[in-house]
Design a protein around this ligand. Sequence first.
Ligand SMILES: Nc1ncnc2c1ncn2[C@@H]1O[C@H](COP(=O)(O)OP(=O)(O)OP(=O)(O)O)[C@@H](O)[C@H]1O
Ligand SMILES: [Mg+2]
Length: 485
Amino acid sequence: MDKILLIDDETDVLYAFQRIFESPAIQIVSATSGEDGLKIFPKARPNLIIMDIRLGEMNGLQTLEKIRELDARTPVIMMTAYGTTQTAIEAMKRGAYDYLLKPFDIPKLQRLVQSALKASRDMRQSISLDTLEDPADDELGIVGKSEPMQKVFKLIGQLASSHATALITGKSGTGKEIVARAIYHHSPRSPNPYLAINCAAIPENLLESELFGHEKGAFTGANALRIGKFEQCNQGTIFLDEIGDMAMQTQTRILRVLQSGTFERVGSNRVIEVDVRIIAGTNRNLEEAVANRSFREDLFYRLNVVRIRLPPLRERREDIRLLVSYFLKKFGAHSNEPKKTINSDALEALERHDWPGNVRELENVIQRSLVVTKGEAILIDDLPPEISGQHQLPDRLAGSKELPASPEPAAADELVPPQIHQLFLWAQRSSDLKIMPAIEREVIRLALEQTEGNQLKAASLIGISRNALRRRIQKYGIVRNLDVQ
Ligand SMILES: Nc1ncnc2c1ncn2[C@@H]1O[C@H](COP(=O)(O)OP(=O)(O)OP(=O)(O)O)[C@@H](O)[C@H]1O
Ligand SMILES: [Mg+2]
């Protein structure tokens, strides 16, 4: 369950929150002053604090500072009325997660709370480099005894004690994000914040200001000064996910932060110093991107000092058994039913499968199978047909290469919604932003990725003509960046 601590002296706000977040998954505790909030905080251990900027004796900024001294990992959202945004911006410089204007825009409030709760979970959930016997809510394990995974564990251990940059590469669902979090959790920076940013989910022209902030009037739509993630996450760790999708101009700024620990907000000349550890991740082939000049060579070498390669699951089949047992325990822990197991036929089918969606696909399959299984053990019939091998392809296609043996929608399914969701967040911040082209570009990129660059198949996959696809590929300049193997 997520716990939110609300600090506000107006009781109306508390009632409003109780209505908006009425759910068994969220508990709201409240305080009416900064002093009161600070007393409750260590006992309640909330996952998120939402606090008014104007409080009685001890104001919001002072309270924020005290909270961060106690625990810099609990995200704090400031609430502010029009006219006090200056203070809210000041709060962000001091590490507040974000701010909200009163009166609330409820859908925006809900989205912001969800994203802050996710950030909070990322920081809190400890990550063990082992199979956990009894995984709890605030713990995750990275499982693997295969040789490549043992190498990964060794590198995580070495990286954890240093401040070095790391580059994590691997196909979708291989565990890049969980490895990034493991490095953070085992590092001396673990008491400080961690933020994960998906570079592919934010339109190119906005990523720079998301990361580095912008001055008021820096570009159309920049109505107020904005503090970027680097400034906000000072002393912390930033995971730049999908860095291969980052525009050149932003790459240049990242290189500079890596080299000198400095940057300027967009539209400003003032040099700001930060101390942030960068971890980067990508499912692209960066060597190829360097060769075709869509990725800076100097940045690549700077990131590539320590490289963690996560192999596809099919190249470490001996881990499948362990992962299955881990996921059974993990999902079993959240249910009241008796613990379930898996029978040997079903397990063998899982060990044979090719897993194009990698560990994420396996995790989803176990979760779904647990729902359909009637008895104590998952049987082969409980598995999806493309895994149990019990689906019959029409004769015409059997054995032919027309259709992939197991069309894998999981990766696309999982990738698109959060990205679209983030695009909406952006659209709300800057009303003249055109998000449809960004969504279209992403869908086309995914379709081409899934069909390994086959335009005819990609076009039919997303229901447009080949000509229409070609026009869009040209318009968005997609083909050059595509990581086709
Ligand atoms: N070795 C592992 N042990 C346990 N769980 C794992 C392991 N690897 C991945 N997972 C789980 O699989 C899911 C996918 O992992 P993660 O999100 O880290 O992959 P990713 O490489 O970042 O994927 P994408 O490129 O799609 O973002 C997560 O739920 C993660 O917890
Ligand atoms: Mg990821």
